[in-house]
Design a protein around this ligand. Structure first.
Ligand code: NAI
Ligand SMILES: O=C(O)C1=NCCCC1
Length: 313
């Protein structure tokens, strides 16, 4: 028998996954992903198993990155209308394998990885696509992704005002209390969005919560939810009038109702903008539609494992 795999829990992942280290690794992974076979990323479309009886889904997200020589699969569950506030709506585990022989090296908490890598990729997109002058940041939603997005956006940008809206005012107020800086709690999504330069939608909505008529021309939107073909966060007006960027063209066109239902055409992958093969249209209203990619988990898990190994040899 070989060695047992390492078990790396959420606290340890939190310790090693700092945004400053993670962002350049993710930028490189996005470029590799958008470089076809040359980039050496093998990432099939994820498998999603609906658990209809409980309004839940199980997703399996494998990827290999030749550049990083890292092989992982994430198993993620996400449940609508969760029954207990103690249990997060999204839970995940990342399995890290030795690519040369297939041995399982580590079982890593995937919740912190999912929260942080998603927010870090939104920050990457925002750096590329935001208008020249940005004063107001607006967050629609107040859950786990709202928290991680707030953390990285406050670290990477400087906004004069941050606004939050959530379905229940109490949750928005709770969010405002738990984060480090000043956050203005809004009573309606329209109030939160009006005049905002950067907007983040991080909800479990299945119908639009953000309407094009409310959006300041030239604003940049990171649309993180609506990861099912019949779920939406953004309305047709916005989808039809924006310049649309995605993480993966193939996955976004198949998985997100924001694209499937509106039939909006995709302008570019964010990796293509990073490579310089597609422009960043910063003078236009831009949407970054994120569905989440397995290779983002691969590079994050490798960073955690390598850091852990260096301290536990
Ligand atoms: N693009 C990506 O890579 C990833 C996307 N996601 C997606 O991001 C979204 C947020 O995820 P978490 O923050 O982890 O979830 P969460 O459960 O922690 O927070 C969800 C938020 O959405 C709100 N919400 C729920 N139903 C709503 C509705 N009908 N209308 C308006 N607001 C509603 C809740 O009040 C809460 O503020 C989800 O859609 C999730 O699937 C999550 C992980 C990765
Ligand atoms: O990329 C991910 O991880 C997820 N994306 C959409 C919702 C489930 C988790």
């Amino acid at each position: 028998m070989g060695e047992q795999p390492a078990f790396i829990g959420a606290k340890v992942v939190e310790k090693y996954l700092d945004f400053a280290t993670l962002i350049p690794l993710l930028e490189r992974a996005l470029i590799h992903f958008s470089s076809g076979s040359e980039g050496g990323v093998v990432q099939p479309i994820r498998t999603i198993v609906p658990v209809a009886k409980y309004n839940g889904f199980l997703g399996v997200m494998p990827a290999y990155s030749k550049w990083d020589d890292a092989l992982t699969t994430k198993v993620v569950t996400f449940y609508e209308n969760k029954t207990s506030s103690e249990i997060p709506s999204h839970q995940a585990t990342v399995l890290l394998f030795e690519p040369s022989n297939g041995t399982l090296k580590a079982v890593i908490d995937g919740k912190v990885i999912t929260d942080k890598r998603t927010a870090a990729v939104s920050a990457i997109a925002t750096k590329l696509l935001k208008p020249l002058h940005t004063e107001i940041l607006c967050i629609l939603g107040s859950g786990a992704q709202a928290q991680s997005h707030y953390q990285v956006f406050i670290q990477q940008f400087s906004f004069k005002e941050v606004r939050v809206w959530s379905r229940t005012r109490e949750k928005a107020e709770q969010f405002a209390k738990t984060v480090a800086g000043d956050v203005h709690v809004c009573s309606t999504p329209q109030e939160a969005v009006t005049g905002a330069d950067v907007i983040i939608t991080v909800t479990m909505a299945t119908q639009p919560v953000l309407f094009g008529d409310w959006v300041k021309p030239g604003a940049h939107i990171n649309a993180i939810g609506a990861c099912r073909p019949d779920w939406r966060e953004l309305d047709d007006v916005l989808m039809e009038s924006c310049v649309l960027y995605v993480d993966s063209k193939e996955a976004a066109a198949k998985e997100s109702g924001d694209i499937v239902i509106s039939k909006a055409s995709i302008f570019a992958e964010i990796g293509e903008v990073l490579k310089g093969t597609k422009p960043a249209m910063t003078d236009k209203t831009t949407v970054f539609k994120s569905v989440g990619m397995a290779v983002e988990d691969t590079v994050s898990a490798k960073l955690v494992y390598d850091s852990w190994l260096a301290e536990n040899k």
